[in-house]
Each structure stands twice: as C-alpha cells, then as structure tokens.
Design a protein around this ligand. Structure first.
Ligand code: CTP
Length: 410
C-alpha cells in the first residue's frame, strides 16, 4: 500500500481513528488522548454501534475536534472522501469482527467505510473480540486478506475479555497502539530525511547530587524534551544514544540508553559518547552546584544542628567542555532554560550562553512554576551562531521536537 504524505513532527500528523462497536471502545478514548498528547490532529469516526458504548461529547472533548458521524453531514465538503484523503494514517480501534469483514469485502456502509476506501495512507487495525470469534475461519481469512493488502495490525493480546472470559482477543493497550502508529508515520519519513544514518547523542532528564544515601539536590526536569528529541531522531533514521538522568517518561524503542544520574557521570558519558557524534544535543538539566562532601551514612539532625549549610562547589559545565573540544563538522546544540518574564532578557541570556559554551545552536525555553516541565505545550526559540535570524517553534513537546530537528539540519 502506498504511503501518503508523511510528517511526524514536521506539521502535526493527521490521524483518523475509526472506532467500531465493541466494549474496547472505552480504551480507544485513552488512545485518542495519547495521540493528541503526542501532537497529532485526530478526527474520530465512531460507527453507529460504537456510539452505544461511548458518546459523541466524549470523543469531541478528548480529540479536541468535531466528530462526524454520518455520511449525510456536510455533504458539500465531500467529507466521505476528504477525511481519507487528508489522513496521514487511519487507525481502526477497536476493529471488531464485523468491521474487519466489511473492510475485507470493501464495503462502505458508513463514513468509516468510505474513509477506509478513499484513503491511501497506511491503515492500522487493533482487533478486539472474543477468542472464539478471533479464531473463526472467516475472521482468520479476513485478516489474511487485509494483511495481503498491506494493512498493519497491532494485537490482539491475551487477557481478560468481557464477562468471565480470559484468552486471546483483548485489544492492544492504547500506548502500544500509539507507538505502532508513530512507527508507521516515522517509517514514511526515514528514507528521505537528512537525519538518516546520522550519529546523534542526546542528554535528557535532571541530575541528582546526593548529600547522603537518601537525600539529593535535584531539579524538576522529567526528560520529556530530550526523550521526544530521541524519538523524533529515531523516526528520521538516526542512530541515537540517549544519556539519561533520572527520567520520568517512557522510552522509545531502537535507541541506546546510557544511565548518568549525576553531573559527574553525565560529564564522563557525554565526553566519551560525543567524540564520534555528528550531532550532540544537551537537553538535560545538569546541576550547577554539587555537594563538596557526600556523607556515607544518613545525616541526623543532631549532627547538623538547628541550621545547616552544606558546602557546595560548581559542577563541571559539560556543554562548555563539549564546546571547547568540538570536532570539526559536529553540530552542538544547547538548551537555555530561562525564568525571566522579559523576552529581551531571556534572549540575551540565551545568546550569551551560546557564545560562552561555543554551541552552534541554543534553544531558549521559558521555565517557571507553571510552565516548561512534563508533557506540556511549549514555545522555544532557536538561535544560531551562523545566522542572526532566530526561529520560533510552538506546540506539544512531542511535535516541537520533530520540527526542532528539521530546523537544525535545514
Ligand atoms: N549545562 C551543562 N552543565 C552544567 C549546567 C548546564 O552542560 N553543569 C548545559 C545544559 O544542559 C544546557 C546549557 O548548559 O544545555 C544551559 O544550561 P542552563 O542551566 O540554562 O545555564 P547555565 O549553564 O547553568 O548558566 P547560568 O548559571 O548562567 O544560568
């Protein structure tokens, strides 16, 4: 099957989620949410039976998009083919025995049916049904037909089904369907991406500096941005090493992960791994100060007294070290996390850091009590040593990451 326009992280991918009438429709709500969080524009097309399980208001609220339900709505927009034409990917979750049969026969009884026939985008089905139905020769034959046409499947899995039943037929978990979807979108961009074959080293997360065996000084970084960059780089065909400090987010497949929980190990690993890299991105929040002494036993209040001032010294500036020994041809990218409310102050700090640390690019992002941490919307500005122009990118971190990578190698 031909792949349509592919754009993971470039502009947000357009995903149609067809929902058929099975109890697993309630899990498709989490799938839609996951896709939206990853930055996709999602249009949900529920079948009439799906709406008996989950209603239109839920789909509209979760997808943040209008939900078309009938072939006869907005006929002037030729919606029965437009949704399929504009899609980068169509997912059917849950795919019931009835819907799989309808797809295999090429039927178009409703908006989901016409969309599936009109699209040239990859199609991913997540079957869900009772074990006996899944193993029935007609379902087996329909799946074989769909596979032979290049349709992709994720699941079903073994586990608890409706009622007392346990067995094969449970819909794949929403995160697994989303990951399969992302891989399909990514596969379409890999071959012609300038990132294909590049050796990329990315640091992510926040370091922790221990005062004693149980207490540390850390920061609020979850690793979301660094991991999103790693995911986007892999999707573009890069070989990625992630130097990870205390991540609080799930990792994508296909990357090498090196654990570096504190500033000293982060420095060691980044210096070692960066020597051969084409691109180095320092997205981790590294401690600026580390304790001079780490106590081997848990400190007690009787030892410290009423007040206590642990002695701190400056941590190694890893990015500055990488900048000072940058091999020729390597692209070095830093992040400047700035808290000032004043744009000019933030920008001048970022440019100053770019010069001081000898990076090619500095990515400015504003952080504060309510902004900047976790899987949230973000706004970054890129500054380039080679150009006076800057570049602003806004959106969910997952989508900003892809566009940021594209801007780096433009
Ligand atoms: N960085 C680093 N090593 C450190 C501190 C920061 O490599 N010990 C890197 C960060 O990963 C980031 C960049 O330097 O890419 C800027 O970090 P930031 O915390 O914004 O700036 P600082 O270097 O700490 O500068 P300042 O103290 O002036 O805020």
């Amino acid at each position: 099957m031909a792949t349509a326009k592919a754009n993971v992280g470039d502009t947000p991918p357009n995903i149609v989620v067809g929902v058929a009438g099975g109890i697993a429709a309630y899990k498709a709500v989490s799938l839609v949410r996951e896709l939206v969080l990853r930055g996709a524009t999602v249009t949900v097309i529920p079948t009439a039976s799906a709406l008996k399980f989950v209603g239109v208001p839920t789909w509209e609220a979760i997808s943040r998009n209008a939900v078309p339900t009938s072939l006869f709505d907005a006929v002037a927009e030729v919606r029965h083919v437009a949704l399929g034409h504009n899609a980068d990917l169509v997912i059917v979750a849950p795919a019931t025995a009835h819907t799989l049969a309808s797809m295999a026969a090429g039927l178009a009884p409703d908006l989901l049916g016409t969309t599936l026939l009109a699209t040239r985008a990859p199609v991913l089905v997540a079957p869900a049904m009772h074990t006996e139905m899944w193993e029935h020769p007609s379902v087996v034959a329909n799946m074989a037909t769909l596979m032979s046409r290049g349709i992709h499947a994720v699941g079903p899995e073994s586990g608890a089904l409706t009622g007392q039943d346990v067995g094969l037929g449970r819909m794949a978990e929403p995160e697994d369907i989303a990951e399969a979807a992302w891989n399909l979108l990514g596969a379409a961009v890999v071959s012609d991406s300038p990132w294909a074959g590049k050796n990329v080293v990315i640091s992510a997360g926040g370091t922790r500096e221990y005062l004693d065996p149980v207490r540390f000084m850390g920061n609020r970084s979850t690793g979301e941005m660094g991991v999103s960059l790693a995911r986007a780089a892999v999707a573009r065909g890069a070989t990625v090493t992630l130097v990870a400090a205390n991540l609080e987010v799930a990792l994508p497949g296909g990357i090498e992960v090196v654990h570096a929980p504190d500033a000293a190990s982060m420095e060691r690993e980044m210096v070692a791994r960066s020597a051969e890299a084409d691109v180095v991105i320092m997205a981790a929040a590294v401690a600026d100060w580390v304790p001079v002494e780490t106590h081997s036993e848990k400190l007690t209040k009787s030892e410290t007294g009423e007040t206590w001032s642990p002695e701190l010294r400056q941590a190694p500036d890893i990015l500055a070290t990488l900048g000072a020994h940058k091999p020729s041809g390597q692209l070095l990218v830093g992040f400047a996390a700035e808290t000032s409310d004043d744009v000019a102050t933030r920008e001048s700090h970022a440019r100053d850091k770019m010069a001081r640390k000898n990076t090619d690019v500095m990515v400015l992002n504003q952080v504060g009590p309510q902004v900047g941490f976790g899987p949230v919307e973000t706004a970054v500005t890129l500054f380039f040593t080679a150009s006076p122009q800057s570049r602003a990118i806004e959106g969910m971190k997952s989508s900003v990451a892809g566009r940021l990578l594209d801007a780096l190698l433009e």
